[in-house]
Write a protein that binds this ligand. Structure first.
Ligand code: FES
Length: 311
């Protein structure tokens, strides 16, 4: 798995040193910045995956600095440190869309967990991006599947029971989901029973057994979102998409997934559409976001129809 870079930005040398030692993990590369110009240069260069931002950088208020950094990289998860526990400050900092706000003196375990969650969120986003690429491949009914790439994949892993997850991932990358006709082929080649394969496919959320929509709407049902009205938001999205049963629209344009936590509890309730994150949702605001994508699809369909007519 690729290494993620964490940037510690503080001009408090001992504090930076402390964080540096607390975060030494084999999968994390740590970088440091103690002045604003260095911090901005590193963020702009795009090599930072998670930013740990102390409130004392060149005496710029933390919320202003966050706004400036977000302009350079709106998706960067920021874990901010503050000594000011006033509600007003924490409101303003949260409003700028930080990932986590930690009060000083920090609890190292809390920071490690926050960094781990941020990295988990990044990896999920990467997976979603990969799945989106896979979805470019047209979805077809089972009878029309070309199973030859599946056979090739299975041949490469013949007899390797331990490769089951890798094989299923590769198959999902081709079709956008794991079609049932492929399960028998995997079973025969890897020597794993079909019931075991179904068990794996249903255990991991990342696998799908039916075709997915072109756009994936993820609505969080985690604790923070739940207490801020996630249930009503999900209901309203279902209505808007016409999803009485199942989770994919008939035209295969949208799939709805309910997830345990999107890793952005600070801006709960949260939803995402493909790679876009929407925080502080109400049912009305959630519908606005979905409606925007629906409108874009309508425009694209009308343009395609016109082009076809003209051809
Ligand atoms: S509970 Fe964490 S983002 Fe919803």
């Amino acid at each position: 798995m690729d290494e993620k870079t964490i940037l510690i930005a503080t001009n408090d040398e001992p504090f930076g040193e402390y964080l540096y030692h607390q975060l030494s993990d084999p999968g994390w590369a740590i970088s440091r910045a103690s002045v604003l110009s260095d911090l901005l240069r590193k963020v702009r260069a795009g090599g930072v995956d998670v930013l740990l931002l102390d409130s004392n950088i060149e005496e710029i208020p933390c919320y202003d600095l966050i706004a400036l950094l977000k302009k350079n990289n709106s998706r960067l998860p920021i874990i901010a440190f503050s000594e000011d526990s006033s509600l007003e400050t924490s409101k303003r900092v949260r409003h700028e869309g930080i990932f986590f706000l930690a009060m000083k003196p920090v609890d190292p375990e809390e920071i490690r967990t926050a960094v781990g969650d941020a990295i988990k969120m990044i990896r999920q986003q990467e997976q979603r991006r990969n799945r989106k690429m896979a979805k470019i491949i047209e979805l077809r009914p089972a009878a029309e599947f070309d199973l030859s790439p599946v056979k090739e994949i299975c041949k490469e892993h013949e007899g390797a029971r331990g490769d089951l997850l890798i094989v299923l991932q590769k198959i999902q990358r081709i079709f956008g989901y794991v079609p049932k006709p492929t399960i028998e082929i995997v079973s025969q080649n890897l020597g794993v029973s079909t019931s075991e394969i179904f068990g794996v496919l249903t255990f991991y959320n990342r696998f799908h057994l039916s075709p997915r929509g072109k756009h994936t709407v993820r609505a969080c049902r985690g604790t923070a979102c739940h207490f801020k009205g996630a249930g009503e938001i999900i209901e309203s999205i279902r209505k808007q998409l016409g999803l009485e049963k199942g989770d994919t629209t008939k035209d295969f344009l949208f799939s709805l997934e309910e997830v345990a936590c999107l890793g952005a509890c600070g801006i709960a309730p949260v939803m995402t559409i493909d790679e876009e994150t929407f925080g502080h949702r109400t049912p009305g605001l959630a519908l606005e976001a979905v409606a925007r994508y629906q409108a874009a699809e309508k425009v694209a369909a009308a343009e395609a129809a016109q082009e076809k007519k003209a051809a």
